[in-house]
Design a protein around this ligand. Structure first.
Ligand SMILES: Cc1cc2nc3c(=O)[nH]c(=O)nc-3n(C[C@H](O)[C@H](O)[C@H](O)COP(=O)(O)OP(=O)(O)OC[C@H]3O[C@@H](n4cnc5c(N)ncnc54)[C@H](O)[C@@H]3O)c2cc1C
Length: 329
């Protein structure tokens, strides 16, 4: 028997890699831990694999104020609470990265970076999404030297500095408001003539004197020597090229779903996993998906939590049927 001890925030957890789990949950964001809470409360033998730490994206935001029943909470703290709640009900948690899967057979296999394997009757994919990059000269070169994708991580480095934000959705404006706690000025560069973000966020940035706005423009290059000094921008209507001096560039232009390794699953044109929204089932029996990695209308913590709950209950019903079938043989 192969026993390994791994954990996220708690000391000591014994994982028996010879077990056949009822469900393996891939990803420890809101969707994954929500699934974990429901699965473990239903007394499923459930294990969750997370590669970084509890909370996923929500852990990177400073204030969450739209999660029903919690008027205001720090995102990192919410991640810790989700993990605590799931563990309280018996969820096993492994800090490791899923590197491969075999989902087609009735007994699914999940391969970890550590070289271990997990076997399970069902799998819930809750791998979320990652930041999209601009793909312009200078971007890669200056990551960590002025180019950032995470305000919570890096905003404090820009105290009393001038920064540029690229993007016009909720993340761009929400993160911009957080950066405004540190930076002297924030110029938002957006390729369209208006923002897509929620009206309340727009009202807040327009009312804040630290913000300047450049619409109908795209960043063509990030310029500097040792660190970022300016961005070269192009007006998409006139073609005019100009430079904006800046100490930093925050890129908030969208997400890429973490679904590349799930080759056998049906996905939409952007790579999000297609599920039956009734029960979060995918095109492969016993495989469910939840949260930001699925094709859906609204990607938020509350919807990730709901998806995770539905996926776990559906997985429980599915596993019950499989076990009944096995016991009748
Ligand atoms: C800056 C910011 C602010 C936000 N603010 C709000 C807000 O105020 N309110 C709100 O409701 N929503 C907010 N959101 C959106 C919300 O965070 C997401 O919709 C939600 O958290 C998605 O949860 P998820 O579990 O589906 O995915 P994620 O949070 O993306 O979690 C996926 C997890 O899977 C892990 N993972 C991925 N691949 C693997 C692998 N191969 N092996 C192991 N683990 C893996 C990742 O490390 C990650 O922890 C915000 C998002 C951002 C980025």
């Amino acid at each position: 028997m192969d026993i390994t001890i791994m954990n996220l925030s708690k000391p000591k957890e014994e994982i028996n890699y010879d077990d056949v789990f009822d469900v393996v949950i891939i990803g420890g964001g809101v969707a994954g831990f929500s699934a974990g809470i429901y699965a473990s409360r239903a007394r499923m033998n459930a294990v969750l694999v997370e590669k970084l730490g509890p909370g996923g994206q929500i852990a990177t935001t400073n204030v969450v104020e739209n999660y029903p029943g919690i008027p205001e909470i720090n995102g990192y703290e919410l991640g810790l609470k989700l993990e605590e709640q799931a563990r309280k009900h018996g969820l096993k948690v492994i800090l490791d990265e899923v590197k491969g899967v075999n989902l087609k057979e009735e007994l699914k296999t999940v391969k970890l970076a550590s070289g271990k394997e997990l076997k399970a009757y069902s799998v819930i994919i809750a791998t979320g999404a990652d930041y999209k990059k601009l793909g312009v000269p200078g971007e890669e070169k200056f990551i960590g030297r002025g180019v950032s994708f995470c305000a919570t991580c890096d905003a404090a480095f820009f105290k009393d500095k001038d920064v540029v934000i690229v993007g016009g959705g909720n993340t761009a404006l929400d993160e911009g408001l957080f950066i405004a706690n540190f930076a002297r000025s924030i110029t938002i560069i957006h390729r369209r003539d208006s923002f897509r973000a929620e009206k309340i966020l727009q009202e807040r940035v327009f009312a804040n004197p630290k913000f300047k706005f450049i619409f109908n423009s795209v960043v063509e290059e990030i310029i500097g020597n040792e660190k970022v000094e300016a961005v070269k921008i192009r007006n998409v209507q006139t073609g005019e090229i100009s430079e904006v001096k800046t100490d930093g560039v925050f890129v908030f232009i969208g997400m890429v779903p973490n679904t590349q390794m799930f080759e056998d699953l049906e996905k939409d044109e952007y790579g999000y996993i297609k599920v039956n929204l009734y029960d979060m089932s995918t095109n492969i029996p016993g495989v469910f998906a939840a949260g930001d990695c699925i094709s859906k209308f609204l990607r938020q913590a509350i919807t990730a939590a709901a998806d995770g709950a539905i996926a776990a209950v559906a997985a429980e019903k599915y596993v019950d049927k499989i076990k009944q079938k096995v016991s009748k043989k």
